[in-house]
Each structure stands twice: as C-alpha cells, then as structure tokens.
Design a protein around this ligand. Structure first.
Ligand SMILES: C[S@@+](CC[C@H](N)C(=O)[O-])C[C@H]1O[C@@H](n2cnc3c(N)ncnc32)[C@H](O)[C@@H]1O
Length: 379
C-alpha cells in the first residue's frame, strides 16, 4: 500500500439538530480544526482517528474519510478531478468499489451518471497507479464511495463505518417505535446527569435510553461490540484497531456504580429490554420493571427522568397520551429536585404536564419533528 500524502480529514455525519453534540464529542476525543456544517462535522485526524471515531462517537451517524472537494459543471470535469485524487493510497488493488451519490441544486443532476463517472475515474486511476491493463478484480475489501454534489460543489468521501453507528450490536429485539441509539445517547447527553444520580426511563420500550445511559455512565465505547468497514482495509494496520480497542478497555470504568431503571407498561417491552441489556454486556447494571407511569414513585429526593413517551399521533390515542402526561406531571410536582426530560411531538405537552419547561429544544425523531422538554430540578 502507498504511504499517505497528507494528514486526513474525517467527516462525522450528524442528524439534524445534533451537530453541536457530535462536535463536542469530536473535541473530547482530542481532534482539532473542527468545523461544523449542516449535518456534518469535519476535522483533522490520523489513521487511528478512523478507529477511535467509529468506536467512540455516540451521537454521530457515520464516519467518512474526506477524499476531495471541488467544483464541477461537466462530466469531464467530474472525471478529471476525481481521477486526480490519490485513491490508490486507500483502495487496494482488489478492492470492491461501490459508489453512491446525491445531487442538489447542481448542473450535474443525474445521480446514476455521476456515480458511474466517479467509478470509472477511480478505476482508471487505480489501473494506472498499479500498472494494470486488465479490469480490477474487485474481490477484496469493500469501499463505499459517496459523491455528493451541492450547488455544483462535489464532495467525494469514503465511508469507514459500514452500517450506521446507531447499530451498536446489542439490539436483539425492538418495540413499536424504538429510538435510534444515537438519538437516545443525545437525549442523555443533553441532560446534566452524572452517574452518581438515579436515572429513570418510565417508557423504556426496547430499553435504548437506559442502555445508552449505562454506556455513558461507565464510559464504555458504544462501538466496542461491532465491526466497521475500514477494519478490512489494508491501509490501516490491524494494530491501529487493537490499540484503539485497548484504549477503550482502559478508559471504561466498570466499577462505576449505576442506579438506572427502565420501566414500561408492556411486559414484552421489559423482556426485550432485558435481552438487549444482556447483549450489551450490562445485564445486572440496569433494573427493569413492568409498570404503568401512573404508579411511578421516585425512590430518592433527587434524580433524572428521561423519556420518550407515546406521542398520540393518531387522534384515537390523544386522550390516552394526555392522561399519561397529566399523571406524570402530578407525580413529578411532588419531587421538585428531580429533573425531567421528555421528548414528544405532542404540541400541548406543557399544559397537560402542568408546568412550563425550563428549556425546549427542537429535535427530529426520524422524520417526526419533536420538542425535548427540559425541566431542571431545584438544586
Ligand atoms: C415511543 S415508545 C418508547 C421507545 C423507547 N424509547 C425505545 O427506544 O424503544 C413508548 C413506550 O411507552 C410505553 N407506554 C405506553 N403507555 C404507557 C403507560 N401508561 N405507562 C408506561 N409506559 C407506557 C409503550 O409500551 C412504549 O414502549
């Protein structure tokens, strides 16, 4: 494999509204020159940054390697500028190259054509670099290239993650409307919970919030249980991955006691949560309970309640959810030192809960626009 010609730039992609969280995580990992754009955080890194970012970023969707950015108004320009990039430094001779694409407000609007031109340019570059007359074998490691064109500016990147980073590898079962693990981690990070306080999710579904909170509480890397595309790449020696895993093992604080509980009205949900927690290696660390929210009684004076209750999107469900919000508000009114964080798309949440939120933040749960209602407990 070739030696790299320059330091690398990584792109951590983020769901709308989560950019600042991803940025903070990237800074915490020690990377510099961190720039935030719509839906993506770009930063300087080295090879180990690919492994560490994939292993550690809790709220990012995926990590891509920025190969190049340029303007292109014709297929010829796209071809030539793609071919000018040092693909052979990354893609091995027998690499399987798969190009995906998108184009918005650009002269080059035909995505299939752009994909095929980018593929031809990369193949041509590799043939020249490796002195090959014949076709590439493409039987080896997988390289997913993305060509993204916005207002005639082309961004070429290589995906390093494989499946999205929300796939932590612990979800063996899921309920009706599970949260993406990345969003659940964001909900926890948007609170000022620290693991010395109790944390309760009374609408736990498949247990995503408590599981993500436990991983955060013990500083366990969310990606420790899965594989990433770039692990197959020759350019990253296996000891880079081994070192990143060792670091994750060293930084994990398995001794940190946790007081995290997930409950749900549904027995099946509770069973599923238990299985998911077991798969995540957190079997005894989280308490699970079948319970309706109206029976919730905080066991301590101070704590954190984080929940993603039903939203009542169908008219027929509205009365039920209003009742749930009202019950919760009445219970929590007697516990002023508890902080309550609720994500819902239901517009009139505050009036049903009976209190105005200290702070609200717009978040998307998939395509559903929601508010994250935050009630800070008294000190
Ligand atoms: C939107 S889902 C939560 C999904 C969860 N965050 C996850 O990641 O899987 C809402 C959950 O609230 C539960 N639920 C509905 N009514 C309830 C009630 N009255 N008390 C407690 N849980 C209830 C449902 O069974 C469902 O699992």
């Amino acid at each position: 494999m070739e030696t790299l010609s320059q330091p690398i730039k990584l792109i951590a992609t983020a769901a709308m509204g989560l950019e600042s969280l991803v940025k903070n995580e990237v800074i915490k990992l020690g990377y510099e020159n961190v720039q935030t754009e719509n839906g993506r955080i770009i930063y300087d890194a080295d090879l180990s940054g690919i492994a560490r970012s994939n292993l550690w970023l809790r709220t990012a969707d995926r990590v891509k390697l920025l190969m190049g950015e340029f303007e292109a108004y014709s297929f010829e320009e796209l071809f030539e500028q793609t071919k000018a990039l040092p693909w052979e430094e990354w893609i091995s001779k027998d690499g399987f190259i798969h190009v995906v694409g998108k184009s918005h407000k650009s002269k080059l609007y035909s995505v299939p054509d752009c994909q095929s031109i980018v593929k031809k340019a990369i193949v041509s570059r590799l043939q020249q670099a490796h002195n090959l007359q014949s076709r590439l074998k493409e039987t080896g490691a997988r390289y997913k290239v993305e060509v993204a064109i916005l207002k005639d500016k082309v961004t070429l990147s290589l995906d390093t993650s494989g499946s999205g980073l929300h796939k932590r590898g612990y979800r063996v079962g899921q309920g009706d409307a599970p949260l993406k693990e990345t969003l659940a981690a964001a909900l926890v990070q948007l609170t000022n919970w620290t693991p010395d306080y109790p944390l309760v999710d009374p609408f736990t579904g498949s247990g995503t919030i408590p599981i993500e909170a436990a991983l955060i509480g013990q500083n366990i890397a969310p990606g420790f249980n899965r594989e990433f595309s770039a692990e197959e790449w020759d350019v990253i020696p296996s000891n880079v991955w081994e070192k990143a895993l060792e670091e994750a093992e060293d930084l994990a604080n398995y001794e940190q006691p946790l007081d995290i509980t997930g409950s749900d009205i549904s027995h099946e949900a509770v069973e599923m949560s238990k299985q998911n927690a077991m798969e995540a290696g957190l079997a005894d660390l989280i308490s699970w309970k079948q319970m309706q929210v109206k029976d919730f009684v905080p066991k301590s004076e101070k704590g954190y309640l984080i929940g993603n209750p039903p939203y009542g999107e169908r008219l027929s469900d509205q009365q039920t959810v209003e009742e749930i919000y009202k019950n919760l508000g009445e219970i929590m009114a007697s516990y002023p030192k508890w902080s309550v964080y609720i994500m819902t798309s239901y517009n009139d949440f505050e009036s049903k809960f009976g209190k105005k939120a200290t702070k609200k933040r717009k978040l998307f749960n998939g395509f559903i626009k929601t508010d994250y209602y935050q009630y800070f407990g008294k000190k």
